[in-house]
Design a protein around this ligand. Sequence first.
Ligand code: ARG
Length: 391
Amino acid sequence: MTEVVLAYSGGLDTSVCIPLLKERYGFDRVVTVLVDVGQPIEDIERGNKRAKQLADEHYVIDAKKEFVEKYLFPLIKANGSYEGYVLGTAIARPLIAKKAVEIAEQKDIKNLAHGCTGRGNDQLRFEAVFRCTPCRVIAPMRELDLAREWEIEYAREHGIDVPVSKERPWSIDENLWSRSIEGGKLEDPYFEPPEEIYAWTKRPDASKPPVVIEIGFEQGVPETLDGAQMDGVELIRELNRVAGEQGVGRTDMVEDRVLGLKARENYEHPAATVLLAAHKDLEHLVLSRAELRFKTAVDDAWSEMAYMGLVDDPLYSDLNAFIDQSQQRMNGSVRMKLFCGSAIPVGRRSPDALYSQEMVSFDSQTLSQRDAEGFAKYHGFQARLLKRKCS
Ligand code: ARG
């Protein structure tokens, strides 16, 4: 008997994969693994229902806490972002893949499948994890070169109810951190996204009064909202709600995929926008200038690895080691004003600040201004030498 474990989302692609794995690949049993990384409960329920109908065995794994603590907290510490993208889909893929591998190992199944196409990044992220095992990797969408129209038809023939239509053909990927919308007319980068693609964010509205919230960090990790201690899942959910209400966290961009293809991408990520802006702001209060300059390069390298899904590469943990060390003093809080689609830091404080009002103030005499004269004389020294030579 041949069996395969399929990383299953409950969406069109992975649902179509179940009958395909049997009919086209000849597997006797398909075991689906649906990983809960904070997507809407209706998606999980729809996935469970479809899996019951189509698969031979089905697992739902609640990985929300692990997702937040092992993936999103490091992302926040690293100010993770790629070309302005908050890394929502990218950061969840390795975890989903790892959970599928765990089930395959437990059940001694030697085949692993995913529903990614051959055009995107997700195939690479899944396979970076899958190929660490001796299992055979199956990617039906890519191998059979399937088009979406064909899939919809095939799904209908197999009794899979398809919520996508010609009018609303969006391919959506959601987790706690972000919601991604692709496909249909959005593929034309000149086409303005219709309001209906958004589910987490209201249309920015200048007539709504601003909301000010305060986020408290401990060693770079957000722990409190307006003074109240919250676990990460709860905090992110609440921020998605509050900031989404103010229209915060929409991105419309052209993104360079790993393969080199440029793609038009639309995202929603209210909590991510607020937390990343607050974290970065606190870093400017706490870290030294040298740390800030160097960490920008480390953060970029980290983001590139996270985007590619290369979380098992030793460089990823090397970078995390530096980042964790840099966050030791990152304690304090940032007040954020949420207004008409923007999230702006309006106040920050920290017991570990490298800021001294006493020394920098216009009103202070703690430091003698005259001491700076010698410094100023040497500043730009080489340029002056050069000027003298040329004249
Ligand atoms: N372009 C993004 C990434 O590679 C998001 C892809 C999300 N997929 C989707 N079907 N909406 O991380």
